[in-house]
Design a protein around this ligand. Structure first.
Ligand SMILES: NC(=O)c1ccc[n+]([C@@H]2O[C@H](COP(=O)([O-])OP(=O)(O)OC[C@H]3O[C@@H](n4cnc5c(N)ncnc54)[C@H](OP(=O)(O)O)[C@@H]3O)[C@@H](O)[C@H]2O)c1
Length: 319
């Protein structure tokens, strides 16, 4: 296969910290260029990562030597730039959350489908082996019948100028933190869950700072999720069954050298497992590559649409 030539739209901290190093580590990807609104930022990133510096996002999209755009822009800017990138014939690896609302997600997916291009949301945590380990424990009957799923993701306040406090840019804990808890709920309860009740709290700011929701599957299984960025740090889920409970302590953000701990609680017994360290940013890029090679786009469109439907339901129920 020819290399997938990739361009990065925006000098985001997540790009610098995690995604560009992951791109650079995969032989089948070639980092071609990085675009910023400002020349200095583009040049700094380009120097650090050994690629071209481009000033202006459209200038990068117009390049003919790029197959894939990695887009770590704030959610509020996604639809505009996704449409432009798809119109230019590029596949897109995009940061969560993809869309401001469900209708916007549908428009982006319909265009990707029409153009025959991949669009995939960077929920990298799904590709860490620790979740398969948990599924294995459940399949072996270690906790009996699953009775309840709970997940929390929240962290202390961010700098005041962070785009997450700007509603027009897609700020708020729903699109930022709740997105993880809603995504992981689908992993364990299936795609047919619905949001039954929700709350979002703005504390008189222009965005939601924290909240929670109750989601239910057709078979009666349910999830309780809580999230926020005015919170004591939490990044976990637990699955409570008829005979035991599994706790995943670092569910969404295990660093590349970090060995996640998983606790299995049974009557009179606690077992702590240590899972091997993995780079889930590399794993999801390998999945992206597989989808392009195998023309497997539909499964990713479905994931995007289901995730966006649930976030929309959560927002609607909270009003
Ligand atoms: N998957 C994950 O693990 C993960 C982790 C953290 C964040 N994220 C997601 O990644 C995205 C970026 O998050 P981040 O924390 O890296 O943010 P960030 O450092 O603020 O980066 C956002 C980038 O967007 C560009 N941008 C364009 N217009 C902007 C505007 N009006 N205001 C602010 N930035 C603007 C900027 O690039 P230029 O100035 O170079 O044009 C900026 O560097 C978000 O969607 C976030 O949810 C994902």
């Amino acid at each position: 296969m020819n290399k997938l030539r990739i361009g990065v739209l925006g000098c985001a901290s997540i790009a610098k910290r995690s995604v560009i190093p992951a791109i650079k580590s995969i032989a089948e990807f070639e980092l071609v260029a990085i675009a910023s609104r400002t020349k200095e930022k583009a040049e700094d990133f380009a120097l650090e990562f050994g690629c071209d510096a481009v000033v202006g996002y459209q200038e990068l999209i117009d390049r003919k030597d790029i197959d894939v755009i990695y887009m770590p822009l704030p959610t509020g800017l996604h639809e505009e730039w996704v449409v432009k990138a798809l119109e230019a014939g590029k596949h897109i690896h995009i940061e969560k959350s993809l869309a401001m609302n469900y209708d916007s997600a549908k428009r982006m997916v319909e265009l990707a489908r029409e153009k025959g291009l991949l669009i995939m949301e960077n929920f990298m945590f799904i590709y860490h082996q620790q979740h398969q380990f948990v599924k294995g424990l459940i399949a072996q009957g270690e906790i009996g019948e699953v009775r309840c799923f709970r997940s929390s993701f929240g962290f202390p306040p961010l700098d005041n100028d962070n785009f997450r406090y700007n509603a027009a840019l897609g700020g708020g804990a729903l699109l930022d933190a709740a997105a993880y808890t809603v995504r992981v709920s689908q992993l364990f309860l299936g795609n047919d869950i619905k949001v039954e009740a929700a709350t979002l709290n703005t504390m008189n700011t222009e965005v939601d700072l924290f909240g929670g929701a109750y989601l239910k599957a057709p078979d009666g299984m349910f999830a309780e999720v809580a999230f926020g960025f005015d919170n004591f740090y939490q990044c976990n889920y637990e699955i409570w069954g008829s005979k035991g409970k599994i706790i995943v302590h670092r569910a969404f953000t295990p660093g590349i050298a970090f060995k996640p701990k998983i606790t299995l609680e049974q009557q009179g017994d606690n077992i702590n497992y240590e899972i091997g360290a993995e780079n889930h940013f590399v794993n999801i890029l390998n999945e992206f590559k597989r989808c392009v090679i195998e023309n497997d786009f539909e499964s990713k469109y479905e994931e995007i649409l289901n995730q966006s439907r649930l976030l929309q339901e959560l927002k609607d129920k909270a009003q």
